[in-house]
Write a protein that binds this ligand. Structure first.
Ligand SMILES: *[C@@H]1O[C@H](CO)[C@@H](O)[C@H](O)[C@H]1NC(C)=O
Ligand SMILES: *[C@@H]1O[C@H](CO)[C@@H](O)[C@H](O)[C@H]1NC(C)=O
Length: 137
């Protein structure tokens, strides 16, 4: 026999699935985040270091064509945030590479958040073909 509290939780979860099918789909989705170095300059590489509040994904040096890649799922409260610190020569830029509240819908299309580092900034794309400069250097 199920205790009343478990029964309450079960009803709650079923209700959430019925009311927010898309929200529930986003919770189960694994999002892939890629940052590619599309700066056509092989004398100065791009260094990228991504972190969340609890996890350090490490620093990597990307030559042109190199890709920094990670993936994550979103939590129920949508607090997941990964930020990256990027250095290219004298320039540096902090970007929010994955932010659940901003990206859960826009990256759902291919479950990818694409970032492209270019001479004039960090471009975002949800489909790997249409790009917007969201973080100029
Ligand atoms: C690459 O970057 C360095 C340092 O900013 C610069 O001196 C050089 O001219 C650049 N090369 C090209 C091909 O843009
Ligand atoms: C994104 O596009 C680039 C360049 O066309 C390609 O090399 C890469 O494999 C694509 N990534 C995905 C995940 O489709």
């Amino acid at each position: 026999m199920i205790n009343p509290f478990s029964r309450f939780l079960l009803v709650l979860v079923v209700a959430l699935f019925l009311i927010y099918p898309q929200a529930m789909a986003m919770l189960g989705t694994r999002y892939h985040i890629s940052i590619s170095n599309d700066i056509r300059n092989d004398t100065v590489p791009l260094s990228v270091r991504c972190k969340s509040k609890t996890e350090d994904l490490g620093m990597r040096t990307l030559f042109p064509g190199g890709v920094y890649f990670f993936s994550t799922k979103i939590d129920f409260f949508r607090t997941r945030l990964y930020f990256c610190f990027n250095v290219w020569g004298q320039k540096s830029r902090y970007i929010e590479a994955f932010k659940a509240t901003r990206d859960e819908k826009r990256c759902l299309y291919k479950s990818y958040c694409f970032w492209s580092a270019r001479e004039d900034g960090f471009y975002f794309s949800r489909d790997n073909s249409t790009w917007v400069n969201e973080y100029p250097w």
